[in-house]
Design a protein around this ligand. Structure first.
Ligand code: MG
Length: 395
């Protein structure tokens, strides 16, 4: 990443890891551990996992930590934080870490729309951002992208990292389409009738990637791919309809870019999130890594196909939200966050997720995105609509 002026030449990049106890957060710490000569962890946040926070703060000698869930302030384990490390509490405390003067790079590994505040603060403070919080780009891309300096907002999502890598050295106007690859999820090939009875436990058995619970459910409904279409639309300034979803069950091609001359560039490798995380931190350099190397001679043949948007209606809904734009993707995302959580708790069926999202999209109005406060309101209103829609589908 571009170096910050206040950091002495040759010194490690100073990294804040927001959401350090989740799947992306712990793998980011793995990368920092491996490259301790280049990356120094200086700030950490968790939602509520104070034990993991204390362990990481001690290991990396971190001075600034925040816990989003203020009810954890009395956790006895916090007394074991390193000397001089005072924890702060509440979502605002997490956002504050994103703009600390001694932070060069913020890894935004927060989950859901709520992560937008930290991303926004980091961009306003001119930080480099390794971005894993796709929901906030989906909801607030219109607001965030104009704040991002060239080369300083690096996607961590594997598909978007792949696209970013395919675009290095290319001109945006030479892109004709983006092929966003999709594993198909755990319910690939099932009909709507077969999907009606699937459970959260079945959905959580993702075939390829190891991820947190929220995103794993999104993968099973293909809402994750829908969010990624909108994310790619913002990150790479391409129309929603120029981003094609391509089912590739082997998950070895992480995405492809097709140019106006018909040439296609693809990025391939093993399914290890530490690769895109590390690239977001090493760009424009490449550093050595422990990721498993693919033995191409031993690989199964690659297959490609179209996503079944009839069975998996969330993908079509997200595409539609992306086409309309404005605040509609924010409302759609809020509905999905509510329905996703409800499904995980066994409170609604699998197909109810898309029913709730469709209902909220019918009721929500698409306005021009103007401020983060406006998005907070849209998000809160859509959550209420989603709860009402959920109580209706459950009847
Ligand atoms: Mg992805």
């Amino acid at each position: 990443m571009t170096k910050d002026q206040t950091r002495a030449a040759g010194e490690p990049l100073r990294v804040a890891v927001l959401g350090c106890s989740g799947s992306i957060g712990t793998q980011t710490l793995d990368v920092c551990r491996r490259h301790a000569d280049r990356l120094r962890v200086v700030a950490l946040s968790v939602n509520s996992s104070t034990d993991l926070l204390v362990r990481a703060a001690r290991e990396f000698g971190v001075a600034r930590v925040a816990v989003a869930d203020a009810s954890r302030a009395g956790d006895p384990v916090l007394s074991e934080l390193p000397d001089g490390c005072e924890p702060s509490f509440g979502p605002e405390a997490v956002t504050e870490l994103a703009s600390l003067p001694d932070v060069d790079v913020v890894v935004n590994a927060l989950v859901g729309f709520a992560g937008i505040h930290a991303g926004h603060a980091a961009l306003l403070a001119g930080k480099s951002l390794a971005y894993a919080n796709k929901e906030s780009i989906v909801c607030g891309g219109d607001l965030l992208m104009p704040l991002a300096r060239p080369g300083r907002l690096l996607p961590v999502d594997s598909e978007h990292s792949a696209i970013f890598q395919c675009l290095v050295g290319e001109r945006p106007e030479d892109v004709s389409r983006i092929w966003l690859t999709c594993s198909g999820g755990p319910f690939y090939g099932r009909t709507r009738d077969e999907l009606a009875g699937v459970t959260a436990a079945q959905a959580l058995a993702h075939p390829t990637w190891t991820m947190g619970a929220k995103i794993t459910i999104d993968c099973s409904t293909l809402m994750n791919k829908g969010l990624e279409v909108i994310e790619a639309h913002h990150l790479f300034s391409q129309p929603v309809d120029a981003i094609r979803v391509l089912v590739h069950r082997q998950s070895k091609i992480h995405s492809m870019v097709e140019f106006v001359d018909g040439v296609v560039k693809a990025q391939l490798g093993s399914s290890d999130m530490r690769a895109p995380i590390q690239y977001a931190l090493s760009y424009p350099e490449r550093w050595d890594a422990t990721a498993r190397r693919v033995d191409w001679c031993a690989e199964d043949p690659f297959t490609f196909g179209e996503a079944d948007e009839t069975a998996f209606g969330c993908l079509a809904l997200a595409r539609e939200a992306g086409r309309v734009g404005g605040t509609l993707p924010c409302a759609m995302n809020a509905a999905n966050e509510v329905a996703n959580e409800s499904f995980r708790k066994g409170l609604c069926g699998f197909l109810d997720i898309e029913r709730v999202v469709a209902r909220v999209m019918e009721l929500a109005e698409a306005e021009r995105v103007e401020s983060i406060e406006q998005l907070d309101e849209v998000d809160a209103r859509a959550r209420e609509l989603a709860r009402t829609a959920l109580s209706e589908v459950r009847l």
